[in-house]
Design a protein around this ligand. Sequence first.
Ligand code: GSY
Length: 173
Amino acid sequence: MNTVYLSLGTNIGDREANLKLAVKLLMEMPGINVKAVSSIYETAPVGFLNQAAFLNIAVRLTTALPAAEMLSACQQIESELGRVREIRWGPRIIDLDILLYNHENIETESLIVPHERMFERAFVLVPLLEIAKEDTAQLLRAQQALQSMDLKKEGVVQWKQSGTAEEFVRSVN
Ligand code: GSY
């Protein structure tokens, strides 16, 4: 079984509902077992700054799916939520990024793992480290990267505390 960490982000529409629906769809996917969902964080936009604040979470799951199929599953959920390929760094209904897939380093045309920019982004690292379970070199690197950041300056604030994955999706429409 493979352990996978995802980062989810949204800054259009009912942001909490977008996250809940995405996690519900993940839980319903054959071959995917959602183990933990982080607190929800409200985060200042990174990249293109003139846009609404994001809500971000991280998800830990186990899966029998190979990395390429896990990517397809994420893209399927993005389309189900109505995401169209928008401007780079711009507003989005939902983004599901694979951060880590076991301890593996993967580099294909469509997928780079660990995620290319994850170690520079507090909005990724804070939720990730809240649910991280293993002591892998990648997670230790994430911890070290976060220690050198000023979270106030990075604009990452806990918005709703986490419970279980089942509690997270309970009130989804
Ligand atoms: O990379 C994911 C989309 N995204 C985000 C995000 O999820 N959160 C914040 N705070 N800024 C972002 N900029 C982009 S692009």
